[in-house]
Design a protein around this ligand. Sequence first.
Ligand code: DP6
Length: 321
Amino acid sequence: MTTATARAFPNIALVKYWGKQDEDLILPVAGSLSLTLDAFPTTTTVALDAGARSDAFALNGAEASSDATRRVTRFLDRVRELAGSEARAVVTSTNEAPTGAGLASSASGFAALATAAAAAYGLDLDRRDLSRLARRGSGSASRSLVDGLAVWHAGDDAHSYAEGVSGPDMRMVIVTVDTAQKAVSSRAAMRRSALTSPFFPAWISSTEESLAAMLEACAADDFTRVGRITETHALRMHAVIQSCDPPIRYLAPTSVAVFDAVAALRDQGLEAYATADAGPNVAVIVRPDQAEDLRDALQGFGSVRLVGAGAGAQLVAPDSA
Ligand code: DP6
């Protein structure tokens, strides 16, 4: 039996991935850019079990749901195809994100799974190919292979991977305003946006423009420009989501209050910019020297956590027996 363990962190996009041009290969309609965090890791062990007839998946000490297990099996089928193996696997995963914080993400999950499974099945993949592989589990996972700021390229299967970008040093304050499970998964909402939002074609071109501007801002080390693009772009994504039929609204009244509070703090000289994924929780970027002030200022809106840039997925115990 061959075993490998990997650890990966979630990432938060500053230019969002929202929509697929190929649902099977998980190719995005446009590129995106994110910050890999240094908190809330997922640690996953993949142990091959040649005698087993199906894969097993345990998450946080309990047997995972059949849906989650099916998704892991589909992913492992891809790995087995690459490795020319038929062996089933026992997958054991632990996620350190607080329940409902919106950070128990498929990004850290599939980045860790791709890294551990590739090693357990004996695939020799470089980081680019690991990013492409993780993408097949969940699009945003492609970016959790990369340290810090990562750009995930749109394109065909061979060219759609994430790689590192240098940019301004920043911290992020995560404001958890609501821990309830979201009513519509991001995968379903993404599909509904593409099928029913009249704004979707404009969203694609605007994301391409935001990404080009974001890459320029990163290259210029311009935090202010990075922040402005981040906030405008996030609200555009939520506008698209709200324009679906039937509509979806992820932002709660408190989420909107955090965006307003961040704008008011900027007027007072605390330069921060907000973004939110497919849920009510808000992530706010800030320069390192103002990070603690921002954390203190946002205490009243929910539980807050100050995080920084973290490492891409890594093997932590590449033991084999
Ligand atoms: C709003 O990567 O979870 O967080 O590819 O269908 O698994 P699938 O979607 P997923 O979507 C993430 C959407 C987002 C934006 C982002 O992370 O870029």
